[in-house]
Write a protein that binds this ligand. Sequence first.
Ligand SMILES: Cc1cc2nc3c(=O)[nH]c(=O)nc-3n(C[C@H](O)[C@H](O)[C@H](O)COP(=O)(O)OP(=O)(O)OC[C@H]3O[C@@H](n4cnc5c(N)ncnc54)[C@H](O)[C@@H]3O)c2cc1C
Ligand code: FES
Length: 229
Amino acid sequence: MLWIPGVDEIPLSILDVKENSAVSVAVKRVGEATEALHKKKAREIIGVRGPFGNSFTLKRGRVLMVGGGTGNIPLFFLAKTLVKEKVKITFVTGAKAREELLFLEELYAQLGRENVLAATEDGSYGFKGLATQPLEALLMREKFDMVYACGPEQMVQKVFNLTEKYGISFEASLERLMRCAIGLCGSCVIGKYRVCRDGPVFTAEKLSTVKGEFGVFKRDLDGKKIPIE
Ligand SMILES: Cc1cc2nc3c(=O)[nH]c(=O)nc-3n(C[C@H](O)[C@H](O)[C@H](O)COP(=O)(O)OP(=O)(O)OC[C@H]3O[C@@H](n4cnc5c(N)ncnc54)[C@H](O)[C@@H]3O)c2cc1C
Ligand code: FES
């Protein structure tokens, strides 16, 4: 949880941890807090709480990662970790347009160009369409031991449905509105789970128990259910 004094505190994923323990994040400017963060200069003060929640299971063998938008960020960190363990990774990364495809060159360098499949909704780079579209062909062609996903929830839900169909283990990191991050306020609830405490990473088994809300509803600031568009 990153605190921007006088503005707000927001949840962010860890992008990387350097050898000197410096932690980096990548932030998309979408509203008040992220805008304020973008305007910060070196040596200005911010606050950090955490890290909170659980993490992805580190799987061996052959894995597939599917990231959309800022959802790519925790998957980069995961990919970097698994590559060191010689895990074979295929990465499908999607964004609205080329300029929003994050860290593509770094991904190519880490995983090899042939293992990265980029998709843009406007067709400005790679496959034209949603990241989920080339997935089914990939799942029919190749065998994976695990699929990891993070991104817009309807995208994650489509990936989940495909892994159910093909019987592959699945984990996804979910996004919800977060305020306390320690399980008290309820703003991050999905079914019987709190994303901040029980997640943000959920297995297919857990997600299948909250199908009525996963990809369908989230909560607003008043705790009311609102449809996910
Ligand atoms: C576990 C987790 C990890 C995240 N990791 C990252 C990250 O690494 N990098 C990054 O840029 N963003 C990440 N986010 C999203 C980030 O927290 C929100 O974009 C941020 O809180 C928006 O704050 P704001 O004040 O700038 O925008 P607001 O003024 O609060 O909202 C602006 C717009 O963003 C939407 N929004 C607000 N909060 C969220 C949210 N939690 N998830 C999705 N949309 C939201 C609002 O609906 C609104 O449309 C993460 C969210 C979660 C829950
Ligand atoms: S953010 Fe408060 S319960 Fe999860």
